[in-house]
Design a protein around this ligand. Structure first.
Ligand code: IMP
Ligand code: MG
Length: 204
Protein backbone atom coordinates (compact mmCIF):
# COMPACT_ATOMS: atom_id res chain seq x y z
CA UNK A 1 0.00 0.00 0.00
CA UNK A 2 1.27 3.48 -0.86
CA UNK A 3 0.65 6.04 1.86
CA UNK A 4 0.17 9.62 0.75
CA UNK A 5 1.44 12.74 2.49
CA UNK A 6 4.80 14.40 2.77
CA UNK A 7 6.29 11.91 5.23
CA UNK A 8 5.54 8.99 2.92
CA UNK A 9 7.00 11.00 0.06
CA UNK A 10 10.17 11.73 2.04
CA UNK A 11 10.55 8.04 2.91
CA UNK A 12 10.09 7.03 -0.71
CA UNK A 13 12.66 9.59 -1.82
CA UNK A 14 15.20 8.37 0.70
CA UNK A 15 14.69 4.76 -0.34
CA UNK A 16 14.97 5.67 -4.04
CA UNK A 17 18.04 7.78 -3.27
CA UNK A 18 19.75 4.92 -1.49
CA UNK A 19 19.18 2.69 -4.50
CA UNK A 20 20.43 5.35 -6.92
CA UNK A 21 23.62 5.88 -4.92
CA UNK A 22 24.62 2.21 -5.33
CA UNK A 23 24.80 2.59 -9.13
CA UNK A 24 28.24 2.57 -10.76
CA UNK A 25 27.67 6.02 -12.28
CA UNK A 26 27.22 7.48 -8.78
CA UNK A 27 30.70 6.56 -7.54
CA UNK A 28 32.05 9.52 -5.53
CA UNK A 29 28.61 11.07 -4.95
CA UNK A 30 28.07 12.10 -1.32
CA UNK A 31 24.38 13.00 -1.46
CA UNK A 32 21.49 13.82 -3.77
CA UNK A 33 20.55 17.50 -3.68
CA UNK A 34 17.63 17.49 -6.15
CA UNK A 35 15.81 14.24 -6.94
CA UNK A 36 14.73 13.09 -10.41
CA UNK A 37 11.08 13.70 -9.43
CA UNK A 38 11.77 17.24 -8.28
CA UNK A 39 13.66 18.02 -11.49
CA UNK A 40 10.93 16.58 -13.74
CA UNK A 41 8.22 18.42 -11.85
CA UNK A 42 10.05 21.74 -12.30
CA UNK A 43 10.72 20.98 -15.98
CA UNK A 44 6.97 20.49 -16.52
CA UNK A 45 6.21 23.79 -14.79
CA UNK A 46 8.75 25.72 -16.87
CA UNK A 47 7.62 24.00 -20.10
CA UNK A 48 4.01 25.04 -19.46
CA UNK A 49 5.08 28.65 -18.92
CA UNK A 50 7.07 28.70 -22.16
CA UNK A 51 4.22 27.01 -24.07
CA UNK A 52 1.95 29.80 -22.92
CA UNK A 53 4.37 32.69 -23.55
CA UNK A 54 5.62 31.57 -26.99
CA UNK A 55 2.51 29.90 -28.43
CA UNK A 56 2.62 31.61 -31.84
CA UNK A 57 6.31 32.47 -32.16
CA UNK A 58 8.26 29.29 -32.91
CA UNK A 59 11.03 30.14 -30.41
CA UNK A 60 14.64 29.09 -30.85
CA UNK A 61 15.91 27.26 -27.79
CA UNK A 62 19.67 27.72 -27.50
CA UNK A 63 21.33 25.06 -25.38
CA UNK A 64 24.76 25.78 -23.95
CA UNK A 65 26.92 22.71 -24.43
CA UNK A 66 27.53 20.42 -22.82
CA UNK A 67 25.90 20.94 -19.44
CA UNK A 68 22.46 22.02 -20.68
CA UNK A 69 21.89 18.92 -22.83
CA UNK A 70 19.77 17.04 -20.28
CA UNK A 71 17.68 20.06 -19.36
CA UNK A 72 17.16 21.11 -22.98
CA UNK A 73 16.17 17.59 -24.03
CA UNK A 74 13.60 17.20 -21.25
CA UNK A 75 12.30 20.75 -21.64
CA UNK A 76 11.72 20.61 -25.40
CA UNK A 77 10.01 17.23 -25.22
CA UNK A 78 7.69 18.51 -22.54
CA UNK A 79 6.83 21.65 -24.52
CA UNK A 80 3.98 21.17 -26.97
CA UNK A 81 4.33 24.23 -29.23
CA UNK A 82 6.39 24.26 -32.46
CA UNK A 83 9.99 25.21 -31.69
CA UNK A 84 13.54 24.91 -32.97
CA UNK A 85 16.79 24.23 -31.16
CA UNK A 86 20.41 25.17 -31.67
CA UNK A 87 23.58 24.90 -29.63
CA UNK A 88 26.55 26.97 -28.57
CA UNK A 89 29.65 25.72 -26.85
CA UNK A 90 31.82 27.93 -24.68
CA UNK A 91 34.99 27.15 -22.80
CA UNK A 92 34.43 25.77 -19.32
CA UNK A 93 36.57 25.04 -16.31
CA UNK A 94 38.35 21.93 -17.55
CA UNK A 95 39.08 19.80 -14.51
CA UNK A 96 39.04 22.70 -12.04
CA UNK A 97 35.98 23.60 -9.97
CA UNK A 98 36.38 27.41 -10.08
CA UNK A 99 35.59 29.82 -12.96
CA UNK A 100 38.65 31.24 -14.67
CA UNK A 101 36.65 34.20 -15.98
CA UNK A 102 38.02 33.43 -19.44
CA UNK A 103 35.23 32.67 -21.92
CA UNK A 104 35.76 31.46 -25.48
CA UNK A 105 33.24 30.41 -28.13
CA UNK A 106 34.11 26.86 -29.18
CA UNK A 107 31.00 26.38 -31.33
CA UNK A 108 28.70 29.11 -32.59
CA UNK A 109 25.02 28.88 -33.55
CA UNK A 110 24.08 27.46 -36.94
CA UNK A 111 20.93 29.62 -37.08
CA UNK A 112 20.53 33.35 -37.66
CA UNK A 113 18.70 34.89 -34.71
CA UNK A 114 17.91 38.38 -36.00
CA UNK A 115 14.23 39.09 -35.36
CA UNK A 116 13.68 35.78 -33.58
CA UNK A 117 12.52 34.99 -30.09
CA UNK A 118 15.45 33.25 -28.42
CA UNK A 119 15.44 31.28 -25.19
CA UNK A 120 18.87 30.54 -23.75
CA UNK A 121 18.78 27.28 -21.81
CA UNK A 122 21.54 27.02 -19.21
CA UNK A 123 22.42 24.32 -16.73
CA UNK A 124 23.76 26.53 -13.96
CA UNK A 125 24.65 30.14 -13.25
CA UNK A 126 27.61 30.29 -10.92
CA UNK A 127 29.75 33.45 -11.21
CA UNK A 128 27.53 34.55 -14.11
CA UNK A 129 30.56 35.33 -16.30
CA UNK A 130 29.82 32.73 -18.97
CA UNK A 131 26.21 33.78 -19.33
CA UNK A 132 27.06 37.49 -19.41
CA UNK A 133 29.49 36.92 -22.24
CA UNK A 134 26.99 34.80 -24.15
CA UNK A 135 24.21 37.36 -23.78
CA UNK A 136 26.49 40.14 -25.03
CA UNK A 137 27.29 38.09 -28.12
CA UNK A 138 23.66 37.15 -28.82
CA UNK A 139 22.22 40.62 -28.17
CA UNK A 140 24.53 42.11 -30.80
CA UNK A 141 22.73 39.95 -33.38
CA UNK A 142 19.41 41.71 -32.73
CA UNK A 143 17.03 38.94 -31.72
CA UNK A 144 13.41 40.03 -31.23
CA UNK A 145 13.86 39.14 -27.60
CA UNK A 146 16.12 37.02 -25.46
CA UNK A 147 15.06 35.10 -22.40
CA UNK A 148 17.27 33.07 -20.08
CA UNK A 149 16.10 29.90 -18.37
CA UNK A 150 18.57 28.28 -15.98
CA UNK A 151 17.93 25.04 -14.13
CA UNK A 152 20.20 26.02 -11.24
CA UNK A 153 21.48 29.22 -9.69
CA UNK A 154 24.06 29.23 -6.94
CA UNK A 155 23.48 31.56 -4.03
CA UNK A 156 26.81 33.27 -4.31
CA UNK A 157 27.36 36.74 -2.86
CA UNK A 158 30.08 37.77 -5.34
CA UNK A 159 28.24 36.61 -8.51
CA UNK A 160 27.73 39.31 -11.13
CA UNK A 161 24.24 40.66 -11.73
CA UNK A 162 23.37 38.90 -14.99
CA UNK A 163 19.96 38.51 -16.70
CA UNK A 164 18.27 35.26 -15.66
CA UNK A 165 14.51 35.25 -16.23
CA UNK A 166 13.59 31.88 -14.82
CA UNK A 167 15.47 29.76 -12.31
CA UNK A 168 14.51 26.17 -11.55
CA UNK A 169 16.30 25.80 -8.24
CA UNK A 170 18.43 28.01 -6.02
CA UNK A 171 21.24 25.95 -4.55
CA UNK A 172 23.98 26.59 -1.98
CA UNK A 173 27.44 27.60 -3.17
CA UNK A 174 28.73 24.05 -3.54
CA UNK A 175 30.14 22.22 -6.54
CA UNK A 176 27.40 20.00 -7.96
CA UNK A 177 27.23 17.30 -10.63
CA UNK A 178 24.57 15.36 -12.50
CA UNK A 179 21.74 16.06 -14.94
CA UNK A 180 24.25 17.42 -17.46
CA UNK A 181 26.77 18.85 -15.02
CA UNK A 182 30.16 17.19 -14.89
CA UNK A 183 33.26 16.92 -12.83
CA UNK A 184 36.24 16.12 -15.08
CA UNK A 185 33.84 14.84 -17.75
CA UNK A 186 31.93 12.42 -15.54
CA UNK A 187 28.50 12.35 -13.86
CA UNK A 188 26.54 14.05 -16.67
CA UNK A 189 24.28 11.00 -16.97
CA UNK A 190 22.99 11.11 -13.40
CA UNK A 191 19.22 11.81 -13.49
CA UNK A 192 19.56 14.01 -10.36
CA UNK A 193 21.74 16.84 -9.07
CA UNK A 194 24.24 15.75 -6.45
CA UNK A 195 27.13 16.88 -4.28
CA UNK A 196 30.40 15.03 -4.60
CA UNK A 197 32.31 13.51 -1.72
CA UNK A 198 35.21 15.90 -1.08
CA UNK A 199 37.59 12.95 -1.44
CA UNK A 200 36.50 12.67 -5.12
CA UNK A 201 37.49 16.28 -5.91
CA UNK A 202 41.07 16.98 -6.86
CA UNK A 203 41.99 20.66 -6.41
CA UNK A 204 45.14 21.27 -8.41
P1 IMP B 1 29.90 30.69 -14.41
O1 IMP B 1 30.56 31.37 -15.58
O2 IMP B 1 30.77 30.76 -13.18
O3 IMP B 1 28.51 31.22 -14.15
O4 IMP B 1 29.80 29.15 -14.73
C1 IMP B 1 29.54 28.74 -16.00
C2 IMP B 1 29.60 27.26 -16.25
O5 IMP B 1 30.48 26.59 -15.36
C3 IMP B 1 28.26 26.58 -16.08
O6 IMP B 1 27.43 26.76 -17.19
C4 IMP B 1 28.71 25.16 -15.87
O7 IMP B 1 28.94 24.54 -17.12
C5 IMP B 1 29.99 25.31 -15.09
N1 IMP B 1 29.73 25.18 -13.64
C6 IMP B 1 29.53 26.15 -12.74
N2 IMP B 1 29.29 25.66 -11.51
C7 IMP B 1 29.32 24.31 -11.64
C8 IMP B 1 29.13 23.22 -10.72
O8 IMP B 1 28.85 23.36 -9.52
N3 IMP B 1 29.26 21.97 -11.24
C9 IMP B 1 29.54 21.75 -12.57
N4 IMP B 1 29.72 22.73 -13.46
C10 IMP B 1 29.61 24.01 -13.00
MG1 MG C 1 27.14 25.60 -18.83
Amino acid sequence: MVREGSQAHAERMTADGEVLLTEARAGGVARILISPDEIQHEVRTIAAELDRDYADDRPLLVGVLRGAVNFLADLMQTMTIPLEIDFMAVSSYGAATKSSGVVRILKDLDEEIEGRRVIVVEDIVDSGLTLQYLLDVLNRRNPRDLRVVALLKKDKPDAIDVQVDRIGFHIPDEFVVGYGLDYAGLYRNLPYVAVLDSAAIHTT
